[in-house]
Design a protein around this ligand. Structure first.
Ligand code: IPM
Ligand code: MN
Length: 346
């Protein structure tokens, strides 16, 4: 019989509230014969205050044994900026080689967006997840003095770039429009930019069916707003992908709907699914957070584990739910979770 062994990291702020709704919908959508086991991990701001730990080795080891990880949100104003981000979230992405950070954008019905009514916005950003300026490769000299110097070096390896570019071509080849756009800034970042472009072109010869395009990141931000229907699959580095996917969320329905998957396609490590949004401490504990992004992240998780039909049912339920909601009438976190759980089990 089939089973899913899930690790859950609720994390900080609204993390616990949205993850509870994600689990509710997951339970509702799974067929009877699939056994769902989950273990919750107490990681985040509270743990750090209590013990000084962000992600102890023992917990990392134990997380490795699960089929997948569902994460709520990490970060709290009471913890110095970077401690939890680097010590927990990025540590997980790096340790489990989540080299694909998958962030789809669709224009759902009835959403507050500057692009409402525009046709056919359906693209996915394949953001590199383990390299770029995120590796912590840098330092500072003469810290705190007027002569301070700080560097933050972007690390790009041929191996790391090729594996994400290849994955993006595979995804583009599997979609109806078969178009892949590389976003970088190779007119200025000539070292990394040319490495990316060379590999992009070389791998492209193996995918003659995929149409390719290249955009500098600044120009890409214009097209995200003025002509987002031109995009199908986008591949880009870790930092450009971080920025572009917040913009993508904002123009296609808001950060409350944006889902993501930190994926290791080889299956050597568990992949991790999380909403693109953060812990929103200002609204934590009030039942105000929209759990839809987490619920759509559960759909990505199911798709990754081979439950494509169940993933599609969640997506359809979200589209129906958004189309049916009354504008101006806000619902609680729980009410949205209940509505979606009802639609997927019905
Ligand atoms: C995201 C977040 C993270 C990132 C932060 C919290 C480290 O902004 O998932 O997009 O920059 O990747
Ligand atoms: Mn981000």
């Amino acid at each position: 019989s089939r089973s899913i062994d899930l690790a859950v990291i609720p994390g900080d702020g609204i993390g616990g509230e949205v993850v509870a709704q994600g689990l509710k919908v997951l339970t509702a959508v799974l067929p009877q014969d699939v056994k769902l086991e989950s273990r919750s991990y107490d990681l985040g701001a509270k743990r750090w205050h209590a013990t000084g730990e962000t992600l102890p080795d023992g917990e990392l080891e134990s997380l490795r044994g699960h089929d997948a990880i569902l994460l709520g949100a990490i970060g709290d104003p009471s913890v110095p900026s970077g401690v939890l981000e680097r010590g927990l979230l990025l540590k997980l992405r790096f340790a489990f080689e989540h080299y694909i950070n998958l962030r789809p954008s669709k224009l759902f019905p009835n959403t507050a967006t500057p692009l409402a009514g525009r046709p056919d916005i359906d693209f996915v950003v394949v953001r590199e997840g383990t390299e770029g300026p995120y590796t912590g490769n840098g330092g500072s000299l003469r810290t705190g003095t007027p002569a301070e110097v700080a560097t933050e070096v972007s690390l790009n390896t041929a191996y790391g770039v090729e594996r994400v570019v290849r994955d993006a071509y595979e995804r583009a080849a599997a979609r109806p429009r078969k178009k892949l756009t590389l976003v970088h800034k190779n007119n200025v970042l000539v070292h990394a930019g040319h490495l990316w472009k060379r590999i992009f072109d070389a791998v492209g010869t193996e995918y003659p069916q995929v149409t390719t395009d290249y955009l500098h990141v600044d120009a890409a931000t214009i097209f995200f707003v003025t002509q987002p229907e031109r995009f199908d699959v986008i591949v880009t580095d870790n930092l450009f992908g971080d920025i572009l996917t917040d913009l993508a969320a904002a123009v296609t329905g808001g950060i409350g709907l944006a889902a993501s998957g930190n994926i290791n396609p080889t299956g050597a490590f568990p992949s991790m699914f999380e909403p693109v949004h953060g812990s929103a401490p200002d609204i934590a504990g009030q039942g105000k957070a929209d759990p839809t992004a987490t619920i759509l992240s559960v759909a990505l998780l199911l798709d990754h584990l081979g439950y494509g039909a169940e993933a599609a049912r969640i997506e359809a339920a979200v589209a129906e739910d958004l189309a049916a909601r009354s504008p101006g009438k806000s619902r609680t976190t729980d009410e949205i979770g209940d509505a979606l759980a009802g639609r997927v089990s019905g």
